[in-house]
Design a protein around this ligand. Structure first.
Ligand SMILES: *[C@@H]1O[C@H](CO)[C@@H](O)[C@H](O)[C@H]1NC(C)=O
Ligand SMILES: *[C@@H]1O[C@H](CO)[C@@H](O)[C@H](O)[C@H]1NC(C)=O
Ligand SMILES: [Zn+2]
Length: 307
């Protein structure tokens, strides 16, 4: 009897002292709350140190135009549903009915929406997961889809192309984005970890730019950006950001982690590309070269002006 109890006791002490129980973001780590920060996620999930991890920094001048990256077909994105918004201890998440689908956009299949969640900074400061030419946006929306043949995300993740995530950046705007009012006012009711509340009427279409502004995007193969970091994700990053006011962005920092501390800086640092190619749709402009073009035109005009 006794020689059974001791190992069990030691094992439970071990998990207590090493804090291996849960993963966390860098912002959650303190001396009295030791948790697995992003550099240690691979201790519990070896996939987190894989060669195709997300997020990444997109260097636009190294992206390759790909004519197969045609505009997406969004189906039932305007379907209005009643949803539950939940503080899951790492983010806010809304599970969506599996009715909205995407196809086209260079995807190998039709994918259906499963859930969406966000990643943000501190009080509207830098907080996106992906960066574009080193720029970190204040927030990033992930709409997670799975290949239509699957009925749950866990199964979809066992297929190398089982999951497609649409990533949208946010930018600070002077005026509030009224299409976000219901979601942002719901945050007040779910500041505590594991709290949830209902959203009476919401659609995916209301959260994202109009369809004609979604033809410019980047594409690469990567992973989930939280443990288990499974490398089964076809990533799409749209160039056009979603506008939110500073106050709207700041509201996300009122949420709390499980330990009661402010839920801020909920992003994983960018990961090595390891030789992966990032593609861009025909519409995606290379910012650096278009700036150069403008400079060249301006100079030419200046030169041609008689004075
Ligand atoms: C929402 O919270 C209630 C308790 O307040 C709980 O019973 C319910 O299961 C939760 N729903 C979800 C989707 O987490
Ligand atoms: C958004 O669409 C409008 C109307 O087609 C267009 O004028 C504008 O340039 C687009 N913006 C971006 C960033 O795609
Ligand atoms: Zn995410």
């Amino acid at each position: 009897m006794q020689h059974l109890i001791l190992p069990v006791l030691l094992a439970s002490l071990w998990t207590l002292c090493t804090g291996s129980a849960d993963w966390c973001y860098q912002s959650q780590f303190t001396c009295d709350h030791e948790c697995n920060t992003p550099d240690k996620w691979n201790h519990a999930n070896s996939d987190c140190s894989g060669k195709q991890q997300s997020p990444i920094n997109v260097v636009t001048r190294k992206t390759l135009p790909d004519e197969r990256l045609t505009p997406f077909k969004f189906n039932n994105y305007d379907h209005i549903f009643r949803g539950t918004i939940k503080n899951n201890g790492h983010s806010v998440q809304v599970n969506v009915p599996h009715l909205a689908t995407i196809s086209g956009g260079g995807l190998p299949d039709t994918y259906k929406a499963v859930q969406f969640h966000l990643h943000w900074g501190t009080d509207g400061g830098p907080g996106s997961e992906h960066t574009i030419d080193g720029e970190q946006y204040p927030m990033e929306l992930h709409i997670v889809h799975m290949r239509q043949e699957f009925s749950d995300l866990t199964t979809a993740l066992s297929d190398a192309e089982g999951v497609a995530v649409l990533g949208f950046f946010y930018e600070k705007s002077k005026s509030a984005n009224r299409k976000y009012d219901s979601m942002i006012s719901a945050l007040k009711s779910i500041t505590a970890a594991d709290a949830n509340t209902s959203l009476s009427s919401i659609s995916l279409a209301q959260l994202i730019p109009p369809e004609h502004n979604m033809t410019s995007f980047y594409r690469y193969k990567g992973s989930l950006t939280t443990p288990g970091c499974t490398e089964s994700v076809i990533w799409t990053l749209f160039e056009k950001p979603i506008p939110l006011s500073h106050d709207q962005l700041k509201t996300f920092s009122d949420l709390k982690f499980k330990d009661g501390k402010r839920m801020v800086s909920t992003f994983r640092p960018v990961q090595p590309l390891n030789g992966r190619q990032v593609y861009r749709s025909g519409g995606a402009v290379i910012l650096a070269s278009s700036a150069l073009l403008v400079a060249a035109i301006t100079m030419a005009m200046g030169l041609s002006q008689p004075n």
